[in-house]
Ligand binder design. Sequence first.
Ligand code: NAP
Ligand code: GFB
Length: 308
Amino acid sequence: MKTILITGSSGLVGSAFQKISPGYNYNFIFSTSSDADLTNYAETKRLFEIVKPHYVIHLAACVGGLYKNMNFKVDMLEKNLQINLNVLKCAYEVKVDKCVCILSTCIFPDKTTYPIDETMLHDGPPHSSNDAYAYAKRIMEVHCRAYNEQYNTNFSCIIPTNIYGPHDNYSLEDGHVIPSLIHKCYLAKEQQIQFEVRGSGAPLRQFIFSEDLAKIIMDCLELLNRENLIVSTTEEYSIKDVAFHIAREFEYEEHIVFKKQYADGQFKKTASNEKLKNKIQDLKFIDIQEGIHRSVDFFKDNFSLCRK
Ligand code: NAP
Ligand code: GFB
């Protein structure tokens, strides 16, 4: 049985891998920063030498929503460069059969044609709001190709759109839009105050439920061969749509207000999933309302323990 090392396994996507793993015939090793601080080469190398993985699914990263990306660019750049450099170097040194890294649709050029596809990654600068994170991820993509060309490794990149689900980071300041607004709506209802949504509500996003992403990555794992693959739903929702989906879970739709003084970030990053559809024909995605319902339930059931 092949061993798969999952880095970043305590997070949103890592928790989804933990949930679905019994359905797949691999020996999963779930690592977190308590097993190895991946910004430290020696700790990373020790983890890889102990685990000796056949495959690596590299999730670990310094992650956050729009406002964390705007306010902590040095952390987003340095930590992600360090983590990614160590993981790829160790994956090569212990001779893994395959490494799958995770990029993001937010790292594509801001000025672009739509839909975005895998060939467009370096065709221009990313949006200024998250350029530090974006360049760290783009360097990882260049690094994967360099290893593949020089050492004939099999390193690939999965490029998900915005991800959400249970075990997310529900922080009001650092979280992504869905978990942050779940937390905010919960507090607004409890305190009977307005449910404040930042920005105009106009920007458009594609959202993928964490367990759908994990299943898709597992289903295409054996097929991936030194390539980049966008993993996205087809539907696009405005932030306003999403705010209403969230408020509906709290029966609080009449109390939404939009605070236009806050940044909107990228207006859209519409990505194509045509290449994915050619690999996996019967793609199924959970409905956004059901996905938000599960994320709300997790937040309510784990209010004292969850990241917020
Ligand atoms: P997350 O919930 O923040 O989880 C990140 C994980 O990385 C955590 O388990 C954390 O472990 C680990 N980590 C951070 N620094 C580390 C370090 N120095 N050493 C070891 N582990 C470290 O993030 P996520 O949303 O699951 O993201 C997973 C991947 O998807 C990331 O590569 C992210 O860039 C990418 N992505 C996310 C989204 C999104 O909307 N969430 C969208 C596109 C792409 P500890 O808690 O133990 O520190
Ligand atoms: O998920 P999010 O923070 O990141 O979404 P991005 C930001 C959008 O949601 C903006 C609106 O249009 C915000 O104005 N929004 C409204 C809020 N209220 C809130 C709120 O309370 N919190 C947040 N966070 N947004 C990220 C990148 O871009 O995409 C990251 O910065 C990452 O690097 C992620 O890759 C997937 O989709 O704008």
